[in-house]
Design a protein. Structure first.
Ligand code: AR6
Length: 169
């Protein structure tokens, strides 16, 4: 089967998606923040923060799974992405690790569908085209060798991001 047939690119708010897991672009505290992180915590409700507190943070590049509470998604996979610092601080590798570790968690939990926001592309200022190329490559590589997740969805809040995914995939 064509790998790209298991990848979807959509416009819209990730917190509204009826998928099994959504990925959160979190920070090392896992205690919430702005951007997509804030939106996910608002939509999930305070129980999400309570579960996140028990995790005691997460290093950059790694991922942790929680329940989704009031979200349509059953799970949230929280990953801690790199801040863009010019490209010489392992940003590419750390961002790739975020995708790989999130997908690894989804695979181990036999999650059917997982949606990603454009992680690192907001407050953390990763160059958009470069980040999307990494996201696309990691998704395609992972799907080649894994049955789960069956579907990967890239959720884009703005048209520019949407167009970059269309180019990359
Ligand atoms: N649905 C889909 N995408 C969204 C949504 C949404 N509801 N909201 C924002 N985006 P950002 P980062 C897009 O800044 O750069 C937080 O404070 C947004 O347009 O959320 O990884 C964390 O706690 C952009 O394309 O995450 C960290 O401290 C992308 O999501 C820090 O920000 C990521 O933007 C993480 O920064």
């Amino acid at each position: 089967m064509n790998i790209n047939a298991r990848i979807e690119i959509i416009r819209g708010d990730i917190t509204r998606l009826d998928v099994e897991a959504i990925v959160n672009a979190a920070n090392t505290s896992l205690l919430g923040g702005g951007g997509v992180d804030g939106a996910i915590h608002r939509a999930a409700g305070p129980e999400l923060l309570a579960e996140c507190r028990t995790l005691k943070g997460c290093p950059t590049g790694e991922a942790r799974i929680t329940r989704g509470y009031n979200l349509p998604a059953k799970h949230v996979i929280h990953t801690v992405e790199p801040v863009w610092l010019g490209g010489r601080k392992n940003e590419d590798i750390l961002l790739a690790n975020c995708y790989r570790n999130s997908l690894e968690l989804a695979s181990r939990n036999r999650i059917n569908s997982i949606a990603f926001p454009a992680i690192s592309c907001g407050a953390y200022r990763f160059p958009l085209e470069r980040a999307i190329r990494i996201a696309a490559r990691e998704a395609q590589e992972f799907l080649k060798f894994h049955d789960f997740p069956q579907r990967i969805i890239f959720a884009c809040l703005d048209d520019k991001t949407y167009q970059e995914y269309l180019k990359a995939i």
